[in-house]
Design a protein. Structure first.
Length: 505
């Protein structure tokens, strides 16, 4: 465990409003405390952004064949042997479909202010197009009402990777042009049903992830790639770009629905990227780092904020489809805020190979870039998040930023016995450092951050990792009736945000 010194108090400055952020930043920067200090430091100002938790339908709901739901591509994929760790699937997951009331109470007891969840398209329109399943609408409607009654604002994601299998069967999902209209029709059903009570929507969660892991690497559904030893079908050089283009057109079409149904609602995409720090100060590495950001963040965020794909991506991918003038204009008005999912940072250096001509690593001169988490792709690098927030602020002209996912898994967490596993100091350190030294510091830099959603409220089905990786601030005992127990990080976060958690409930 890293040793820190205690936070210093400057109570006399609390009246000077203009200095409050600077003081908070100084606290964070000088600072440092062991893992209990943040919790005992009750006089500290809460950050100037609010506390949310996040989830996704397939990862928590279970009830895969109940209430009129039909299979999604993740049901199909996870039920194929060898695709998910331990051949696990989301058939039951956290059984949120039946236990959501308990989970809303849990969030209320922790003082959670915002809850981000996704709607399952195959629960709402089981065949992807056509008939609406009223039981699905009713489920989410009750959830929204309960959240509002608990003082928790719902943030809804329309698509968190669970495409109705029927559309994959009919026209290969995101590869088919028809998906644009089908998604817009699904979006309209959701906006009509929920926008009277919900003001924040995102159309897509992490298009970078589901497109490139699904159609380039073939590690996520629908499991397509060029490598025939792993993927029965697919083409890694063409399909990700076709899917990318359809996703952006589907986003625009859905936003047009929202503007007419609920003109006051706010919409975004949950963009995601690692920060890519140049390995050296050479011009080559600096340019490689920019290309890395173009290919990871810019490919989706540039069209939505600037009206077209980054020129580096266009140059490297001749087959990339073009937007019409009208589409560009619509794209530029298609997001109201910047929803950002962020976890980690890697080094980037110039390379001769690959589309990006950039190679990445987490190790430089034999040293890791930060402490390594349980997931091999996740290192704790708070300074990278501060740089990313400043980059987003500058490139996209000072948008309001909602950090819609951020979090960590604790090394070996899944093999720790209960109740030791609840003392998740590694996660507490991550949240303290990312919130204080990265996000709060970025607000002092002038970045407009409105919210920080911890991923995740519950341990859950982590896609190809199954249940082997635990990102919850609440422990889920998969062997004992899915019993939920908040980890210490849940109380830590509640107190950090000044929320007075009530461990008794
Ligand atoms: C943290 O600091 C407190 C108060 O100074 C001390 O009692 C406690 O032992 C420290 N804990 C660790 C893990 O260093
Ligand atoms: C992918 O498509 C390209 C362009 O059409 C073609 O040259 C290549 O052979 C295809 N690869 C596979 C694995 O089908």
């Amino acid at each position: 465990m890293r040793v820190r010194q205690r936070l210093i108090q400057h109570k006399h400055l609390q009246y000077l409003l203009c200095l409050v952020f600077a003081v908070a930043f100084l606290h964070a920067a000088v600072a440092q405390s062991n893992t209990t200090a943040g919790m005992t430091d009750s006089n500290k100002q809460p950050p100037p952004f609010v506390f949310g938790t996040a989830s996704a339908a397939y990862q928590i709901e279970g009830a895969w064949n109940e209430g009129g739901r039909l299979p999604s591509i993740w049901d199909t994929f996870s039920q194929m042997p060898g695709k998910v760790a331990n051949n696990e699937n989301g058939n039951v997951a956290d059984d949120f479909y039946h236990r959501w009331q308990e989970d809303v109470e849990l969030m209320k007891s922790l003082g959670v202010q915002l809850f981000r969840f996704s709607l399952s398209w195959p629960r709402i329109i089981p065949k992807g197009r056509g008939e609406v399943n009223q039981a699905g609408i009713a489920f989410y409607s009750r959830l929204i009402d309960a959240l509002l009654a608990a003082g928790i604002e719902p943030h809804i994601t329309l698509y968190h990777w669970d495409l109705p299998q029927a559309l994959e069967d009919e026209y290969l999902g995101w590869l088919g042009e028809r998906v644009v209209d089908d998604f817009a029709a699904y979006a309209a059903v959701c906006f009509n049903a929920f926008s009277d009570r919900v003001k924040y929507f995102t159309t897509f969660n992490e298009p970078l992830s589901f497109v490139f892991i699904g159609y380039d690497q073939g590690i996520h559904a629908p499991g397509r790639c060029s490598d025939r030893s792993r993927c029965a079908a697919g083409n890694s050089s063409t399909e990700p770009w076709i899917a990318t283009h359809h996703v952006l057109l589907a986003h625009v079409a859905a936003v047009q629905q929202l503007r007419s149904i609920a003109p006051d609602a706010k919409v975004s995409i949950n963009f995601n990227t690692n920060w890519g720090e140049p390995m050296t100060n050479s011009r080559e590495d600096l340019e490689a780092s920019q290309r890395y950001l173009d290919f990871n963040l810019g490919v989706y965020a540039d069209p939505c904020f600037l009206g077209d794909y980054p020129s580096s991506v266009r140059k490297a991918v001749p087959s990339l489809p073009h937007f019409t003038t009208e589409q560009k204009a619509a794209l530029k008005k298609s997001v109201d805020y910047f929803a950002l999912n962020h976890y980690t940072t890697n080094w980037v250096s110039a390379s001769d190979s690959g589309l990006q001509k950039a190679s990445t690593t987490y190790v430089r001169d034999g040293a890791p870039i930060g402490p390594q988490a349980d997931s091999e792709w996740l290192y704790v690098v708070p300074w990278g998040m501060r740089r990313l927030l400043n980059y987003v602020n500058k490139r996209y002209h000072h948008p309001a930023i909602y950090i819609t996912e951020s979090g960590v898994d604790v090394p070996n967490e899944n093999s720790m016995p209960f109740p030791d596993v609840l003392q998740d100091d590694f996660r507490i350190d991550y949240y303290r450092e990312y919130i204080e030294n990265a996000v709060l510091a970025a607000t002092v830099d002038g970045v407009d951050v409105r919210a920080y959603f911890a991923w995740s409220i519950l341990d859950n089905f982590e896609w190809a990792d199954g249940y082997s990786k635990r990102f919850g601030i609440t422990y889920v005992d998969y062997k004992n009736g899915l019993k939920r127990t908040p980890k210490q990080s849940a109380y830590f976060l509640a107190k950090l945000f000044g929320r007075h958690p009530n461990p008794g409930t």
